[in-house]
Write a protein that binds this ligand. Structure first.
Ligand code: F6R
Length: 611
């Protein structure tokens, strides 16, 4: 989830680019770079690390051209180094591009371009696009617009590309396939950004590109085309946020913004996970089939929300692979004298990749001879160095302290891993795996649809914001979500909340129930649905209020509930991915009702680097 900017006009491009990049830094801060067209040449300056490093490198060396592109990187392919920083150029240095996304066929294209004599400077997937455009221009004498139009039909995967060419010093060409691109034009100015904030200093009338659209941006004008080269009508959207709010994309808080980014987070994490033969693809896990069959036990270690993702994953992994799974709080694992050897596989889950306990747990597991897979959202984070294999969740930078979109990314990545193990070990039929992957591919649009319930959740949150205690109950994967619902609520609203296995209620916690205590019941899992409703009856019999997360259209749940959050149908083991949405919104709106800042809860930090 990189940040992209472009400017063409009569002012110097560099200050405009840098201020736009600052606004988009939340999208990634592994490196930053600019390419400025000046006197028939392209000047590129790029640096690993935050924008400050780039500014230091530019000191005394500022290009003064009036057309340029800039990029803040959230690394995917290739580490966060100077060499992998964008912009990337072709062999002649006369084409420069910045990119957000993943070019899935970069290997094949790179090999073809190398065979034609191209030399590559970086390890990125992005660089192939620059060489491909160069090749098209040299073969056919194309303009930049023509070459980009041809190139986007060859590239596969997800890409927002922004390209400039030394020989066309008055035009920026940008193309979108999945990741967002916004363009705009104002008095003598043309603009490109991967999010609205980058444009707002110049115009509030913006043109968000649709998928498979290309824009040719000049000072004062934008022309729009489809990938087939047909010109399209330009449609402008007026933005009425102020600049400060715009950094949050018009949302009041990063947490709310990140909740809304979850369809994209799931989409990105799923990207490229099904190969051309319809098989689950997980190149990161490079062990042989025999080695995978040898695994006799899996141990999951994680903290907080990542632990809750692990609890949901335990059910899926055991059901699909028949490998026994242990789940450990990372802070407990190495102190309990665990039984583990080289047939064990340890999965360390951490969105930041920096949680001290999780790092210590996976290091300990490796010392015991176990293989380690890390599931993390941060390229270049410490856990990536301590693991034998890394699966990235491509959720983009998460700024709100409460984990939301990274949690969904973890659930998706862990399910993909479970299906991959099932495929390689032959514990699940090909048809069943395909059916489950298809259900996962449907999730982003189901989440988009589910986000519509936010007004209902907000109204319910108003009713319960004065509660002293709120209890969450669930069974199976629903129990993991009960823990997660309670954690989200307590960390941002400071209301005492507990998550319990619903069957445990009568072994103690039921004593807490009385008139007015809200109980949130996770009732979407088909297998234990009747048992969950029986638990809700017990709760109501003690005068407590029942807030039910239920399958959409379920009359029995509607009859029992004081409040109901209805969730679309999916496979039972995938329900956590949808149940998370109302639970996150519930916590968010209760915090807002209490006048608290959900983004910066007291005493918490986004990454916990001490034990
Ligand atoms: C809760 C939350 C924390 C983290 C925990 C682990 O919303 O964000 O509970 O989940 O601190 O962090 P990571 O995943 O970075 O290891």
């Amino acid at each position: 989830m990189c940040g992209i900017v472009g400017y063409v006009g009569s002012d110097q491009a560099l200050p405009v680019l840098l201020s736009g990049m600052r606004m988009l830094e939340y999208r990634g801060y592994d490196s930053a770079g600019v390419a400025i067209v000046e006197d028939g040449e392209i000047d590129i300056v790029r640096k690993a690390g935050q924008i400050g490093n780039l500014e230091a490198a530019l000191e005394g060396n500022e290009p003064s051209g009036t057309l340029g592109i800039g990029h803040t990187r959230w690394a995917t392919h290739g580490g966060p180094t100077d060499g992998n920083a964008h912009p990337h150029r072709d062999c002649t240095g006369r084409v420069a591009i910045v990119h957000n996304g993943i070019i899935e066929n970069h290997d094949v294209l790179r090999a073809e371009l190398v065979a034609k004599g191209h030399t590559f400077e970086s390890e990125t997937d992005t660089e192939v696009a620059a060489h491909l455009i160069e090749q098209i221009i040299s073969d056919k004498g194309s303009t930049l617009l023509e070459a980009v139009t041809e190139a986007v039909n060859i590239l596969e995967g997800a890409f927002a590309l922004v390209c400039v060419r030394a020989d066309e010093p008055d035009v920026i060409v940008t193309a979108r396939q999945e990741p967002p691109i916004i363009v705009g034009a104002a008095d003598g100015v043309g603009l490109v950004g991967s999010d609205v904030p980058a444009l707002l200093g110049h115009t509030r009338d913006v043109i968000p590109l649709d998928n498979r659209q290309i824009a040719e941006v000049r000072a004062g004008s934008v022309r729009l085309y489809d990938f087939e080269g047909n010109e399209l009508e330009v449609q402008t959207v007026h933005i009425d946020w102020d600049l400060e709010a715009a950094e949050k994309g018009g949302y009041e808080d990063f947490m709310l913004k990140e909740i809304h980014e979850q369809p994209d987070a799931v989409r990105q994490t799923m990207l490229g996970r099904i190969d051309s033969n319809g098989k689950v693809s997980l190149d990161e896990v490079h062990w042989t089939n025999g080695e995978l069959k040898d695994i006799d036990k899996i141990v999951i270690v994680a903290c907080g929300t990542s632990y809750n993702a692990g609890m949901a994953a335990k059910h899926a992994i055991e059901h699909w692979t028949r490998i026994p799974v242990e789940l450990d709080l990372a802070s407990e694992f190495r102190y309990r004298d665990p039984v583990l050897d080289n047939r064990g596989l340890v999965i360390g889950i951490t969105q930041s990749g920096e949680t001290a306990d999780t790092l210590a747990a996976v290091r300990f597991a490796r010392e015991m001879g176990a293989r380690v897979i890390a599931v993390t959202n941060v390229v270049g984070s410490s856990i990536t160095r301590d693991a034998d294999a890394v699966i990235f969740t491509h959720a983009g930078p998460e700024i709100g302290v409460a984990a939301t979109k990274t949690f969904l990314g973890q659930l998706v990545a862990l399910n993909v891993l479970a299906l991959y193990l099932a495929q390689e070990r032959g514990s699940m039929t090909v048809d069943k795996i395909r059916e489950t992957m298809a259900a996962m591919e449907a999730l982003p649009s189901q989440i988009e649809d589910l986000l519509e319930i936010k007004e209902d959740v907000k109204a319910a949150a108003k009713r319960y914001s004065e509660a002293r205690d709120i209890i969450f109950i669930g069974r199976g994967v629903g129990m993991a979500m009960a823990l997660e619902g309670a954690l989200k609520l307590k960390e941002i609203s400071y209301i005492h909340a507990e998550g319990y296995a619903a069957g445990e209620l009568k072994h103690g916690p039921i004593a807490l129930l009385q008139e007015g205590v809200p109980v949130v019941a996770l009732c979407t899992g088909a297998k234990l649905y009747d048992k969950m409703l029986a638990n809700v009856e017990e709760v109501r019999a003690r005068g407590a209020s029942a807030v039910i997360v239920a399958p959409r259209g379920d009359e029995r749940a509607r009859d029992l509930a004081d409040d109901i959050f209805e969730v679309p149908a999916t496979k039972p083991l995938l329900t956590p991915i949808l149940d998370a949405i109302p639970l996150q919104l519930f916590a968010y709106y209760i915090a807002k009702e209490k006048g608290l800042s959900p983004d910066k809860p007291r005493n918490l930090a986004k990454s916990v680097t001490v034990e």
